[in-house]
Design a protein around this ligand. Structure first.
Ligand SMILES: NC(=O)c1ccc[n+]([C@@H]2O[C@H](COP(=O)([O-])OP(=O)(O)OC[C@H]3O[C@@H](n4cnc5c(N)ncnc54)[C@H](O)[C@@H]3O)[C@@H](O)[C@H]2O)c1
Length: 289
């Protein structure tokens, strides 16, 4: 999809971080934007930032409260988007959360919460938007936000890594399915490394009934926060790289190029029958290396 002007984008997780910047980039490119999130205050703040960018092109924004882990709410999101704008050309399945801690101390609630949003949120987005986007029979693109954590395995991040590995393969399967079906719809999987956003405070939106979390999460928390602060790219940089990749119809979007060495090491471990190398800066006890 090369021409963004006058098109319609839907962004989940639009109230903060990468999702907010994706929405702003779309607005700057002349697109109307549907902002979806559970955080209504944050979504309203994104809407305010968007307004002056939309005005020159006559584009519009629509804010929808949507919990992407709920099939019914994503169905409603899709209905409202198509009702309001008559089409959707760009779908960003971006909402995501994380938990930390050694695999054996994770709780059932950690898994239910994170997989519900990071994996099922993307599944619901694909099921409720893609059939209608295919039927439009024109240009369109789906971007699923995974992570470098979907391409390597990180100590203290089993729940998050499982969810993001799932998003990578789901996106690859979607790409194959669309090509086999002869659809013109494009797919990208966005795999950033550390970006300083609200991700370390994901718990702020965690539902009461799924609050029970890994008691050892805090041991890794300081490491994550340090890594996020040291991140070389901003959320705005990541959004800019993503729009470029869409225009180039590039599937794998890895804004942090240096991380490819870690991905290569993992692949070599597999191909050379080696045990997994710890390629991220976390030691055996979770201390920074
Ligand atoms: N920040 C990083 O270092 C990094 C790296 C790789 C991938 N990612 C991924 O980028 C995506 C965006 O995260 P971010 O870093 O901008 O974090 P963020 O916390 O700033 O933004 C995440 C957004 O998702 C929303 N959200 C949470 N639960 C939701 C739900 N059930 N339904 C709808 N929205 C919900 C939050 O309200 C928030 O607005 C996530 O998928 C994350 O896993 C982030």
């Amino acid at each position: 999809m090369k021409d963004f002007h006058g098109r319609i984008a839907v962004v989940t997780g639009a109230a903060s971080g990468i999702g907010r910047e994706l929405a702003l980039s779309c607005a700057r490119a002349g697109m109307s934007v549907v902002l979806a999130d559970v955080d209504e205050e944050g979504t309203a703040a994104t809407g305010e930032l968007l307004a002056p960018l939309l005005a020159p092109s006559g584009a519009a924004a629509l804010s929808v409260r949507c919990d992407v882990s709920k099939d019914e709410q994503v169905r409603e999101l899709s209905e409202r988007a198509f009702e309001r704008f008559g089409a959707v050309h760009l779908l960003f399945n971006n909402a995501g959360v994380g938990v930390l801690g050694p695999a054996w101390t994770t709780t059932a609630e950690d898994w239910q919460w994170v997989l519900g949003i990071n994996v099922m949120g993307v599944v619901h987005g694909i099921r409720h938007f893609v059939p209608r986007m295919i039927a439009q029979n024109g240009e369109g693109h789906v971007v699923n936000t995974a992570s470098v954590a979907g391409l390597v395995s990180v100590p203290g991040s089993s729940v998050y890594c499982v969810s993001k590995h799932a998003v990578v393969t789901l996106s690859e399967c979607l790409h194959h399915d669309l090509r086999v079906a002869g659809s013109t719809l494009g797919v990208s999987v966005l795999c950033p490394a550390y970006v300083n956003t609200g991700i370390a405070d994901s718990d702020r939106n965690r539902p009461q009934e799924l609050r029970a979390t890994n008691p050892h999460a805090s041991e890794y928390d300081i490491i994550l926060r340090r890594a996020l602060l040291a991140g070389k790219l901003t959320a705005a940089d990541v959004a800019a790289v993503t729009l470029e990749a869409i225009a180039q119809e590039r599937f794998y979007v890895l804004p942090h190029g240096k991380i490819k060495a870690a991905i290569e090491t993992r692949m070599r471990d597999i191909l050379d029958d080696r045990n997994p190398t710890n390629t991220v800066p976390v030691g055996a006890k979770g201390e920074p290396r």
